[in-house]
Design a protein around this ligand. Structure first.
Ligand code: AMP
Length: 394
């Protein structure tokens, strides 16, 4: 059984929390603080419970080398602003100085450690590095869902050094929605898939072919499916290596009586950087020199009808190139439709990564039942796999 934060007596304890502060930075500033805000309930619960807190995270891929562009300092500043309090910061997560700062913490104080991945020991899951990290706390809490599918020192190795260990409030919510809600879903259960690649989502598709009532397929990946059924897709995104697999998915869906739903109209243009000459066209009429870059209004209506009569909806992958103005319409409409479905009582779950970024961009994060903070981890949990960081805590 996984222990949760509320099963510990926090008073006067030093809590070492693995958080996921792997956030986008624009030079010295945090561009998107969604992951930082998501972990605030755990931090605040520890502080109000009379504990002190040591936070550790990775940022980017410095590959064991110190890199000032990937320092967690700007994250510390953002966190200090969000919590309206001062935060202690150490420039090396395992130095003696850093350990002394942790030992000297008073109840209600926070100490943020520098990027774990400045040491190779983090991704190598090195025992000596894990032991040094463990010295920072008396209780270990993992609230970093985004890295839970990796076996690293700060989320797997470190756990061997603690008797008192458990998961934070965010991790608890991620597991509740991505595992439990899918195990016994309110029906109909609908999976919405989009984005560019089919390859990373095959296990998710396999799982939902067994569980879902319908699977909606939009975004760039839809064109490989359409091509596999002999349709002309013009210059749209095509993954030739997935053609046979896409065909197989369609026939398995038929056999399992899972409805597959594809776009019927699309927004096309010559390239994905420029929407100024875009037009809307039926899906089977895309000219050879144009690419489908968003779903069209008829498709939006069709998808929305399915979404709004669903009991549980899981969404992974944008419907178009939402990052470019002019191609964000379909993704925005689907997000709004999800919000309406939730109002009507459905459970609406958004997988992490690009889809979470899109929902946040449209200001709809709060309107969802759950927006996952982890891309790869959410895919793995939804696919029914166990995550190394969670297995180690049971
Ligand atoms: P993925 O990582 O596979 O979920 O892909 C996400 C990316 O897919 C986003 O950056 C979107 O811009 C991109 N995308 C969505 N729809 C299309 C499309 N029709 N053509 C090309 N790229 C797309």
């Amino acid at each position: 059984m996984l222990k949760t934060l509320n099963s510990f007596d926090l008073k006067n304890k030093r809590i070492l929390i693995r958080v996921d502060f792997n956030v986008p930075l624009d030079g010295e500033k945090v561009v998107d603080n969604f992951r930082i805000k998501s972990v605030l309930p755990t931090i605040k619960t520890c502080l109000t419970g009379g504990a002190s807190v040591v936070l550790m995270s990775h940022l980017g891929r410095p590959k064991g080398v110190k890199n000032s562009a990937l320092s967690l300092m700007p994250v510390g500043e953002e966190l200090a602003e969000l919590l309206e309090m001062q935060i202690k910061f150490s420039h090396d997560c395992i130095s003696e100085d850093a350990r002394d700062v942790s030992f000297g913490l008073k109840a209600g104080e926070i100490h943020l450690l520098e990027n774990l991945r400045f040491h190779k020991g983090e991704t190598d899951n090195d025992v000596t590095f894990s032991a040094k990290l463990a010295k920072h706390g008396e209780i270990y809490i993992n609230d970093a869902f985004g890295t839970a599918h990796r076996a690293h020192a700060s989320n797997v190795g470190v756990t061997s050094f603690f008797n008192r260990k458990g998961i934070g409030i965010l991790m608890e919510k991620e597991v509740r929605y991505l595992q439990s809600a899918i195990a016994k879903p309110k029906r109909p259960l609908v999976l919405i898939l989009g984005g560019a690649k089919i390859s990373g989502k095959l296990e998710l598709i396999d799982k939902f072919l067994d569980e879902a009532d319908s699977i909606i397929i939009g975004g760039g990946m839809a064109y490989t499916f359409l091509k596999s059924r002999g349709r002309d897709i013009g210059n749209s995104l095509l993954d030739e290596s997935m053609l046979v697999i896409a065909k197989d998915i369609v026939s398995r869906a038929r056999a399992k009586q899972v409805t597959l739903v594809f776009p019927s109209d699309v927004v096309i243009a010559e390239n994905m950087d420029d929407a100024s000459n875009r037009s809307i066209i039926r899906i089977n009429e895309i000219p050879t020199d144009k690419m489908g870059l968003d779903i069209g209004p008829e498709t939006v209506e069709k998808f929305s009808d399915i979404i709004q009569s669903a009991g549980t909806i899981v969404w992974n992958g944008p419907m178009g190139v939402f990052e470019v103005p002019g191609f964000e319409y379909g993704t925005k409409e689907v997000a709004e439709s999800m919000a309406i479905a939730k109002e009507k009582g459905a459970t609406v779950i958004v997988g992490g990564g690009d889809t979470a970024a899109a929902v946040e961009k449209f200001g709809l994060t709060k309107q969802m039942s759950h927006v996952s903070t982890g891309g790869g981890a959410s895919l793995e949990l939804l696919s029914g796999k166990s995550l190394p960081a969670l297995s180690k805590m049971e």
